[in-house]
Design a protein around this ligand. Sequence first.
Ligand code: CP
Ligand code: NVA
Length: 314
Amino acid sequence: MTAPAPAPRHFLDIWKLEGHELRAILEDAKARKAARRGWPKGRPDADRPAEGRTLAMIFEKNSTRTRFSFDAAMRQLGGDVIISNAVDMQLGRGEPIEDTARVLSRMVDAVMIRSNVHEDVERLALWSTIPVINGLSDRSHPCQILADLMTFEEHRGLVEGKTFAWVGDGNNVCSSFIHAAPKLGFRLNIATPAVFHPDMMDLARAAEQQGQVKTTQDPREAVRGADCVITDTWVSMGDTDHDERLEALEPYQVDARLMGEAAKDAVFLHCLPAHRGEEVTDEVMDGPASLIWDEAENRIHAQKSILAWCFGAI
Ligand code: CP
Ligand code: NVA
């Protein structure tokens, strides 16, 4: 009798990984980035850990950073990619995601999906015999948060014991920060209007895991003394209540005055795309505290290590 195949290593949400696995991914990302400093962006890493492997990418929503960074990441790991928008696939005409999972499992070595509905990411993973990566859903954006934490650590050292302040909409990116806080030991203050409060299940899970996550409706209270201030668009992909959001979130703009409440050497992060003049001012985006371009670049480095972890190379 043959032994059952080992379960694939899916990267669906940060709360599903152990703290030591997340730390290993972050350290691998920093080491890989350092080892290829000054190289042309298309040259593969010396160890080519994805040699002979193909990543399929499925997009149900728009993307610039996730699309390009995963493609560049696979090339740097020595592997290959196949990219498709879901509307161009039979998935877009109603083929079940369970069947898509079983077909792609026979054709490629891993799948990244950007999905409208988080449950579809879970269903894809359940029926796949290869690793599935969540490239953003309505509920979370785990790849983004590893790039964000890596960026912070490059400039300010380990996140453990530091204070992060999330200001604005309690959205999918905010959820992944909540997932990461107890795993990596940073404090997280979240300021949102009551109507755009973060997910209660995420907060409850973080509390169970002894996470230091606090919520408030006062942006100044959240930002006071923080080492890192983060915001995101007030209208995420799929949100239909544009006017209501802009009105409720207006007091949550990250401007120089709000940044002034943070620690003296605080940094600013934004996953992008940004809506300058809404959730953040030009002055903050282009100011000395802003790490947004390093943050965008680090999507490549963090995702290379996520992929390496999925392939069992970490
Ligand atoms: N931050 C991010 O995921 O950007 P894209 O939507 O461009 O992929
Ligand atoms: N919260 C945003 C993130 C985009 C990268 C969205 O879901 O549209």
